[in-house]
Write a protein that binds this ligand. Structure first.
Ligand SMILES: *[C@@H]1O[C@H](CO)[C@@H](O)[C@H](O)[C@H]1NC(C)=O
Ligand SMILES: *[C@@H]1O[C@H](CO)[C@@H](O)[C@H](O)[C@H]1NC(C)=O
Ligand SMILES: *[C@@H]1O[C@H](CO)[C@@H](O)[C@H](O)[C@H]1NC(C)=O
Ligand SMILES: *[C@@H]1O[C@H](CO)[C@@H](O)[C@H](O)[C@H]1NC(C)=O
Ligand SMILES: *[C@@H]1O[C@H](CO)[C@@H](O)[C@H](O)[C@H]1NC(C)=O
Ligand SMILES: *[C@@H]1O[C@H](CO)[C@@H](O)[C@H](O)[C@H]1NC(C)=O
Ligand SMILES: *[C@@H]1O[C@H](CO)[C@@H](O)[C@H](O)[C@H]1NC(C)=O
Ligand SMILES: *[C@@H]1O[C@H](CO)[C@@H](O)[C@H](O)[C@H]1NC(C)=O
Ligand SMILES: *[C@@H]1O[C@H](CO)[C@@H](O)[C@H](O)[C@H]1NC(C)=O
Ligand SMILES: *[C@@H]1O[C@H](CO)[C@@H](O)[C@H](O)[C@H]1NC(C)=O
Length: 296
């Protein structure tokens, strides 16, 4: 209930400023901790500030290593922004995440040697273990939209097919981003929106196998739901019946391009903002039907 109210609070405090990152969850190791004023803490601070300063450049993924002191004092970390998140929001998200991680006063994460934090728009994690280029599937989290879907069977078939196609596309996207989105028509009136993403330090094969795992958790996450997501440290998926990600806006074909590029940019910006407000509004309407479930 507390979490639920907190989420409501977040939604209503973020509807005005549409460019505020939305915090989802933080999970830390409780079995390994460091002590105050040690080299490890110093290295962690350096790492977090390096990540947040690196997010200021136009980049959506960065890994970093800070060593010093003994080998066990080395800290590894990375941030990843969702593939459609514009640079400034990415930067804000990473900044907020690193500040939360660096704030060692929160009960659950006091002096944890590794931690992960998920937002709608980004994830940040650090560890005393070199986790780069490895598929990590724990801890995981799920989030479901409690609005139910009718005609479940045909919907599920379409959902699995589309998620699989999105996963193939993300794994084979040859750019640095292992990210893809896909839409499918459920009916004339309903469209399915899917998104998958891996951390770009994974190989295409590892990305696909991570996504197979996360898609395999669909029945754990949100059977019968109109929307849901499963997040692993290394990859995640989300689906909804409304557009929750920013569409790439390729030049419409057959329509002459506007000659004034300033106006063109303005229109694209407006479209982005209004679709975002649409999403937030939708969430605030349906939030009464949202509940949170977490697991191992
Ligand atoms: C802490 O837990 C993780 C997994 O939960 C395990 O891999 C690691 O070895 C544990 N560390 C210690 C010191 O027990
Ligand atoms: C932290 O460590 C430094 C040097 O090791 C020491 O000078 C300082 O007093 C310590 N601070 C606290 C609050 O313990
Ligand atoms: C990333 O951060 C490190 C350490 O602060 C810095 O040396 C490096 O230049 C930064 N890179 C970018 C692209 O900002
Ligand atoms: C980033 O990760 C790669 C492996 O994916 C590793 O080789 C590289 O050293 C890492 N870079 C930093 C700055 O930690
Ligand atoms: C990070 O987000 C939280 C909640 O959204 C907010 O209370 C906090 O002020 C933010 N911090 C920064 C530095 O933006
Ligand atoms: C964090 O993740 C671990 C491993 O998956 C899980 O056992 C633990 O319950 C999680 N902690 C919280 C606070 O959710
Ligand atoms: C959705 O279905 C579940 C069981 O499958 C049920 O418990 C829940 O109340 C339903 N939610 C709504 C909003 O109908
Ligand atoms: C989706 O892919 C998995 C393997 O990654 C496969 O087992 C499953 O049958 C596929 N489902 C559909 C509907 O294509
Ligand atoms: C969905 O339907 C619209 C027209 O109703 C069509 O233009 C579009 O290509 C369809 N999309 C897919 C993925 O089939
Ligand atoms: C586009 O329009 C803006 C304002 O309407 C004007 O300032 C600008 O010079 C125009 N640019 C071009 C390339 O015509």
């Amino acid at each position: 209930m507390t979490v639920y109210l907190f989420f409501l609070f977040l939604i209503f405090t973020t509807t005005n400023a549409s460019d505020v990152p939305i915090f989802l969850r933080q999970n830390c190791t409780t079995n390994e901790t460091f002590t105050y004023n040690t080299t490890f803490q110093l290295n962690l601070r350096t790492l977090l500030s390096s990540l947040s300063s690196n997010a200021t450049s136009n980049t959506q993924f960065r890994n970093a290593t800070v060593s010093g002191g003994s080998p066990s004092d080395t800290v590894y970390g990375l941030f990843l922004c969702r593939g459609d998140v514009p640079p400034q929001l990415c930067q804000q998200c990473v900044l907020n995440a690193t500040q939360r991680l660096g704030n060692q006063n929160t009960d659950s994460c006091k002096f944890a040697k590794s931690a992960i934090i998920w937002y709608d728009e980004c994830l940040v994690r650090y560890s005393n273990r070199d986790f780069f280029s490895t598929v990590d599937t724990r801890p995981r989290m799920r989030l479901r939209n409690t609005a139910n879907i009718s005609h479940t069977k045909s919907f599920l078939r379409l959902l699995y097919t589309t998620l699989n196609e999105t996963a193939d596309e993300a794994a084979n996207s040859n750019g640095a981003k292992l990210y893809a989105t896909k839409q499918a028509n459920i009916s004339v009136f309903q469209t399915l929106y899917c998104l998958t993403q891996c951390t770009p330090d994974l190989s295409p094969q590892d990305c696909r196998s991570c996504l197979s795992g996360v898609i395999g958790d669909l029945s754990w996450c949100c059977p019968g739901s109109q929307g849901g997501r499963v997040l692993y440290p290394s990859c995640n998926f989300r689906y909804e019946l409304y557009p929750f990600y920013r569409m790439d806006s390729p030049e419409p074909q057959g329509i002459p391009s506007p000659t004034n590029s300033t106006i063109k940019k303005g229109e694209a910006g407006k479209r982005g903002i209004s679709s975002e407000i649409g999403t937030v509004t939708f969430v605030s309407i349906t939030v009464t039907g949202l509940w949170w479930v977490f697991g191992t």
